[in-house]
Design a protein around this ligand. Structure first.
Ligand SMILES: C[S@@+](CC[C@H](N)C(=O)[O-])C[C@H]1O[C@@H](n2cnc3c(N)ncnc32)[C@H](O)[C@@H]1O
Length: 267
């Protein structure tokens, strides 16, 4: 159900964004980094609803260019069937971390261009370099799915020394360095005089807040509202939806949309 809510939030923002930039005569791109195959199957009802790429294609006023990226060849093939022959729609097969670094320069501010970029991975598979490159453009807005559950299961363990080196490496790539450790672990001395790292309470909120600070202070996004948490039935946060933008109007619209869904979740 929460994936549908996430899709609904982004679907609500797309026409508002598209109208805003079109009114300013700007040329705008939609970029979907982890596009999927265009449709989404509801886990709760089994219903098939349009996924983010189809929502983008249905947006009015239309974007000037669409870029859908997926690693999975079968998904890419399916994506190609939605807009055959259209020169404004581009489907890229590959790792979006590589494709995005080549694509982002198409949205240069100096050329009066803007881009809305959705980064909706299953896990922490988006590299910080890409997020930082988007922030430096000053013309790109992102929605980013911050998979705190993946982090908790694989890296942010109560005994951090038990995390596999390969998982720590994934986290470092996602975060850009190892400073995530300071956000959620404190050093303490055990009764036996040994030094150990202890996970702080409320660690989900702390790691999300630390990432938000990185988005503003390191990546250079001017506006990053408080992210929207998505909870499971037990009340645990599965992920946070982040929005980051150089544009105050876009930010205000997203704050309103997030506020509405925060209320719906009773947060
Ligand atoms: C959560 S789904 C995306 C759902 C989509 N946003 C929607 O609304 O329908 C994640 C997708 O990312 C793709 N993927 C995983 N790693 C990737 C990578 N490094 N680069 C590009 N796509 C990737 C998967 O094949 C999968 O289709």
């Amino acid at each position: 159900m929460w994936s549908e809510v996430k899709l609904a939030i982004i679907r609500e923002y797309m026409p508002a964004y598209s109208k805003l930039v079109t009114d300013y005569n700007l040329y705008h791109l939609y970029i979907d980094g982890f596009a999927g195959y265009g449709l989404h199957e509801s886990r709760t009802s089994g219903a098939i609803v349009p996924g983010s790429p189809l929502n983008a294609l249905n947006t009015l006023p239309p974007f000037r260019e669409y870029h859908f990226i997926d690693l999975n060849p079968a998904r890419v093939e399916k994506l190609r069937t939605y807009a055959p022959g259209r020169s404004d729609v581009h489907v890229h097969e590959g790792d979006c971390n590589e494709v995005l670094l080549k694509l982002l320069p198409r949205a240069r501010r100096e050329r009066y261009r803007r881009a809305l970029c959705l980064l909706d991975p299953y896990g922490i598979d988006i590299a910080w370099d890409v997020v930082a490159a988007a922030g430096r453009m000053k013309s790109v807005e992102i929605f980013l799915n911050f998979m705190v559950m993946d982090m908790n299961m694989n890296v942010l363990l109560h005994h951090p020394e038990k995390a596999l080196p390969s998982q720590v490496e994934r986290m470092n790539r996602f975060w850009g360095d190892e400073s995530w450790r300071q956000a959620i672990y404190a050093r303490q001395t055990t009764l036996f005089g040994e030094d150990e790292q202890v996970k702080l309470s409320d660690s989900n909120a702390k790691i999300a807040e630390a990432y938000r600070t990185r988005l503003t202070d390191v990546a250079g996004f001017r506006f990053v509202p408080e992210p929207l948490p998505f909870l499971n039935d037990q009340g645990a946060t599965i992920y946070y939806l982040f929005f980051a933008s150089p544009n105050e109007t876009g930010h205000n619209i997203v704050v309103d949309i997030f506020g509405k869904y925060r209320e719906l979740q009773g947060l």
